[in-house]
Design a protein around this ligand. Structure first.
Ligand SMILES: C[S@@+](CC[C@H](N)C(=O)[O-])C[C@H]1O[C@@H](n2cnc3c(N)ncnc32)[C@H](O)[C@@H]1O
Length: 315
């Protein structure tokens, strides 16, 4: 992010969701608007980059693809985290719907990137206020793109710029119309990987403290030591190398065995930890294309639980 100001991975994940909505079948996560948030030039450059990667990893497979769309599709299946991006978005919005039915009135999208929920699901905004919290540079980029596209910002959508490494999510509590006593659903997708461990835990602690008990938070995380582990899956190592090139290296992982304890320490109760085999069974079992769950990446759901242990910063 330092190199370009805004997050290039946020553009990459938007491409993955938008391309999938337009070109794959069956649809795992239907987000055609994500494509619209990218310019023709950005889509061209991302496609070009993907095709080049496929050619270097699987030249014969690339040559066998008949046209550009099938080459990009093959590249997304083989050389990127597209399957993770699609399935985590599906997981989060499935959990969001359950939370809304149980009374959540706020949806906080942490590290929102090019998330389009507020534009895709306008009816949901009659039931929840949506807060997009993101790095100031990425959020400014997105807001400018929305302005260029002429999209109207719905009254229920609120933008909160925050660098998790410099400020605190506690500040959201004072951001009108956020209500710290309301039942709230938080999603935090594709972000914990890039932050220092203490920042992840401080942000989780803040989420627990600025929301009603039993509020829910879902996030995805990487098992520890994967980028440096020679035994880690080849595909994930290739993704890690590519993220490093983009200036957004993978930094932090969590041990599944210790996750419940880590979360209890910040006032959250681990409700669910989906490991790759379960993600595969839930979202990819019936697919005949190359999308499949990524080794070493989990999806977790938490609820506000016991008060945090002493020693953590208080509001
Ligand atoms: C890979 S993108 C994920 C975007 C979106 N959640 C998704 O799933 O497509 C990473 C996001 O994390 C945000 N991010 C990275 N570092 C951050 C930081 N220090 N503070 C706030 N946001 C950060 C980026 O701005 C970007 O929106």
């Amino acid at each position: 992010m330092e190199k370009n100001g805004f997050s290039l991975t946020a553009l990459g994940t938007a491409f993955m969701r938008g391309f999938h909505a337009r070109n794959d079948n069956p649809i795992l996560f239907n987000d055609p608007l994500a494509y619209d948030l990218l310019t023709d030039r950005e889509r061209f450059l991302i496609a070009e980059h993907l095709i080049a990667r496929l050619k270097s990893i699987d030249p014969e497979g690339a040559a066998a693809c008949g046209d550009e769309t099938s080459t990009v599709k093959r590249a997304l299946e083989l050389c990127t985290g597209a399957a993770v991006v699609l399935s985590r978005a599906r997981y989060a919005e499935e959990a969001l719907r359950v939370a809304i039915d149980r009374g959540a009135t706020q949806y906080v999208i942490l590290g929102a990137g090019m998330d389009t929920f507020a534009f895709r699901c306008p009816r949901a905004l009659t039931r929840v206020e949506v807060f997009e919290v993101d790095h100031p540079a990425t959020q400014a980029f997105k807001r400018e793109r929305i302005r260029e596209l002429g999209w109207n910002i719905p009254p229920g959508l609120h933008f909160v710029p925050l660098d998790f490494t410099k400020g605190s999510l506690f500040d959201l509590a004072a951001h009108a119309p956020y209500d710290p006593t309301a039942s709230t659903f938080f999603s935090w997708l594709g972000v914990t990987y890039y932050l220092p461990r203490e920042t992840v835990l401080d942000t989780l602690a803040a989420a627990a403290r600025i929301s009603a008990p039993k509020s829910t938070l879902v996030f995805d995380y990487l098992e520890p030591n994967v980028p440096g582990d020679a035994k880690a899956a080849g595909r994930l190592k290739a993704i890690a190398d590519s993220l490093k090139e983009l200036g957004e290296p993978l930094r932090t992982g969590f041990s599944p065995a210790a996750l419940a304890t880590d979360l209890a320490g910040v006032g959250l109760h681990l409700m669910e930890d989906l490991a790759p085999p379960e993600i595969q069974r839930r979202y990819f079992a019936d697919r005949t294309d190359g999308y499949r769950a990524s080794d070493h990446i989990h999806f977790a759901a938490t609820a506000g639980g016991e008060p945090p242990q002493p020693g953590l910063p208080s509001r």
